[in-house]
Design a binder for this molecule. Structure first.
Ligand code: SF4
Length: 258
């Protein structure tokens, strides 16, 4: 049996590694993560998050002696986005590419992340996976899992009595706090359809190369980016208009002088 900690680089999963090894002293064979990819060369993570993941790898290697194992799914976002739907698709979708995932039942999480984990679990055979839930998990489904579990070693943070705040403080003190906790950049893919308007504004402003990719995907997708019909081009027009308003306001602020 192999004992595995899966790492998302969030505060809870990083603290879980420490609790397993240093607090509860439980067996650990591997630390595993999934690298979600936009295509074969471009990562799905914001550059600052990607940088943090690499820094955390070094810290974990030096502190605990573990090289994090990076898994990748067989598919990338771009592969699936441009894949033509076959006979099993609904009639109106047959012969069209997938395009942007729909919000409910999105293909991306299962195809780009979970499939890699499932494949690795099958390769491993029998394995025990530690899960980084804290004692104050908000989601009912998670609380139920904790209450119903037969071996609390599966939830090391719960066994050690740690809350999400404890994990946050520990990561901060140990130089392992992801930049996602300090800005509104989310812990997800830069092309994610769940992003808020502010996150998309930030993507356009600070990562114009990626925004260009979004505009290209938008032109090619048979589905709109938002389920309400909003496209990336609609957002481009809105953000550009905000920028020109800003220029006008700045112009007024400086007294309208050229
Ligand atoms: S972060 Fe968004 S785009 Fe990335 S896998 Fe999750 S739901 Fe899909």
């Amino acid at each position: 049996m192999k004992f595995i900690a899966s790492c998302s680089y969030g505060k809870d999963s990083l603290k879980t590694i420490d609790v397993v090894l240093n607090v509860l002293k439980l067996p650990l064979d591997e630390i595993v993560t999934v690298d979600v990819m936009f295509n074969n060369t471009i990562s799905a993570y914001y550059p600052e998050v990607e940088e943090f993941r690499q820094k955390a790898d070094e810290i974990i290697k030096n502190r605990y002696g573990f090289e994090i194992k990076h898994l990748r799914a067989d598919l990338t976002y771009e592969n699936r986005f441009y894949q033509v739907r076959g006979e099993r698709a609904k009639k109106e979708n047959r012969g069209k590419i997938y395009g942007f995932p729909i919000v409910r039942g999105a293909w991306c999480n299962s195809d780009l992340k979970m499939s890699a984990i499932e494949k690795y679990k099958t390769q491993l055979g029998e394995s025990f996976w530690y899960i980084g839930y804290a004692t104050d998990e908000k989601k009912t489904e998670r609380q139920e899992k904790i209450i119903n579990c037969t071996n609390l070693n599966m939830y090391p943070l719960v066994k050690a009595g740690l809350t999400e705040k404890d994990c946050y403080e520990w990561c901060k003190k140990n130089d392992l706090l992801s930049p996602i906790y300090e800005s509104f950049s989310r812990d997800g893919c830069w092309f994610c359809h769940y992003q808020t308007l502010n996150q998309l504004r930030d993507l356009r402003k600070n990562h114009p190369d990626k925004w260009e990719v979004m505009l290209r995907l938008d032109r090619d997708s048979p589905k709109t980016f938002r389920p309400d019909g909003t496209t990336i081009h609609d957002l481009e027009a809105r953000f550009a208009s905000e920028d020109s308003q800003m220029t006008l306001e700045d112009f007024i602020k400086i007294g309208g002088e050229e």
